[in-house]
Design a protein around this ligand. Structure first.
Ligand SMILES: [Zn+2]
Length: 459
């Protein structure tokens, strides 16, 4: 289970079912729910899976559940191309267009109209497969995939297409690691010791890297866009530049927090509501309906009225997607301060220290992963050895193994860092590892730091 954050997706829970039935998935979800009593998810995005949907419905009946548009689109295209469905290329395009029109309808009336057009089409009447597929698989559950049923705040576009790619990358890396594990216990160990901490570190690092504490912002970036996720800042800069064509006559105030903004390409005027303490902002333009991100009409209002970014509904401007996670930022700063105190890292220049600290996390994480996987491998061998020790009765062989193990223990003993004859605590080892990694990184990654700095300043 992953949660969409301000910098991508972060895994929050994993469960393994004996089989993917509603009952089994619901059981796992119930356990996760019990462990997180304050967690009240409002939205779930799922694949086209009835057991998944039903299990979520059982455990989180109040949450809205949507089929991921990326997977939905994939399913449609695949079905249209299947030879047994007997669709010509023109038919395929026609059916896809009708389905997409339903999916992107921004009101229930338009959704109903789209369904009516599909049911009245020659293709629907002449091809029983089309009829059966659309009726049994899609039209009966259009509230799960039609935009008209998506509530404000549910970022349809961002939560699907962009995110799925990132999610797939994460999962692929994860599965690569899993292929080296053989038991459920080692799988759990990989998840708890490697996967979740890695992902959390990545989240923290990105939030820190986008903050003004890491690098000063380009003076051309307006102050209200400082300390926000980079993708959001870039989006807003594009819209601000698109709004530059507007003149004051194109923006009219028509009520409390309500404006009319002229369309750039037609004679149409869009009504724009800035929202209030209970309601989300709204613009009638397609771009806003698509993803709920600030559109150029909002920025035209800010440029030609006394309204500013701060006039927007707090529900919107305080959205987790538009802000950095300061709680994790402060931890990152503490982490950086720790390294500053470490004499092995200190070079006397605070700027260099900042750069080193940020990238050292990546290298240290790789080293940690390698250490963890080797430790795990060793423990797995020991488990096998322990099991065999109960089964074997060959005294000679066992004596020989005991000698070899005594040597192995002595060898391992020598690798453990000690202070006054006492083994160093785990956290001490980690600190030393980070220091070494950052020192090594200093020269090798100099170019990367510079490039990143450049990227930062080019925002
Ligand atoms: Zn708009």
């Amino acid at each position: 289970m992953v949660v969409r954050t301000n910098v991508g997706y972060t895994p929050v829970a994993t469960f393994i079912c004996e089989s993917e039935t509603t009952a089994h998935i619901a059981e796992a979800l119930s356990i996760i729910k019990e462990w997180n009593l304050r967690w009240k998810p409002r939205f779930f995005m799922i694949d086209y899976s009835e057991p998944e949907y039903q299990a979520l419905q059982d455990v989180f009946p109040e949450a809205h559940k949507y089929v991921c548009s990326f997977h939905r689109e994939q399913a449609w295209i695949r079905w249209c191309r299947e030879g047994k469905n007997q669709l010509t290329t023109d038919n395929q395009h026609h059916l896809l267009k009708m389905l997409r029109d339903i999916a992107t309808a921004n009101s229930k009336e338009k959704c109903d109209k789209g369904i009516h057009i599909l049911r009245s089409s020659k293709l629907y009447a002449s091809n029983n497969r089309v009829k059966a597929y659309t009726e049994t698989r899609w039209l009966g559950i259009c509230q799960r995939w039609c935009r008209a049923y998506a509530l404000p705040g549910f970022n349809v576009s961002v939560t699907t297409n962009n995110g799925v790619e990132a999610l797939n990358r994460t999962l692929k890396q994860f599965y690569l690691k899993l292929t080296t594990t053989n038991t459920v216990s080692s799988l759990a160990e990989t998840l708890v010791l490697d996967f979740i901490p890695d992902q959390l570190m990545s989240y923290t690092r990105k939030n820190y890297a986008f903050s003004s504490q890491y690098k000063a912002y380009n003076p051309q970036v307006p102050a209200f866009l400082h300390d926000r996720p980079r993708a959001f800042v870039k989006h807003c800069l594009t819209k601000i530049s698109a709004a530059a064509h507007y003149k004051s006559k194109d923006v009219q105030k028509v009520g409390e927090n309500i404006f009319q903004v002229k369309s750039e390409n037609s004679l149409q005027w869009y009504e724009v509501f800035l929202g209030d303490s209970k309601s989300f902002p709204k613009c009638q333009c397609a771009a806003f309906m698509e993803n709920f991100m600030p559109c150029k009409h909002l920025f035209a209002i800010f440029a030609h009225s006394d309204a500013t970014w701060n006039s927007l509904s707090p529900l919107y401007k305080n959205s987790a997607y538009f802000n950095l996670d300061l709680s994790f930022l402060s931890k990152e700063v503490q982490y950086k301060s720790c390294l500053r105190d470490d004499q092995e890292v200190g070079t006397g220049s605070p700027v260099q220290q900042e750069d080193e600290t940020d990238i050292s996390g990546e290298e240290a994480s790789t080293c940690n992963r390698y250490i963890h996987s080797t430790q795990k491998c060793l423990r797995e061998k020991l488990k096998v050895l322990q099991d065999l020790s109960f089964l074997s009765s060959d005294v000679d062989v066992m004596s020989n193994v005991i000698s070899q193990l005594t040597l192995a223990c002595a060898e391992l003993e020598q690798t453990i860092p000690r202070e006054s004859q006492l083994p160093l605590h785990q956290s001490g080892k980690k600190s030393a590892l980070l220091s070494t990694a950052s020192k090594k990184e200093k020269d090798e990654k100099g170019k990367t730091v510079k490039d990143d700095k450049q990227n930062r300043y080019n925002l």
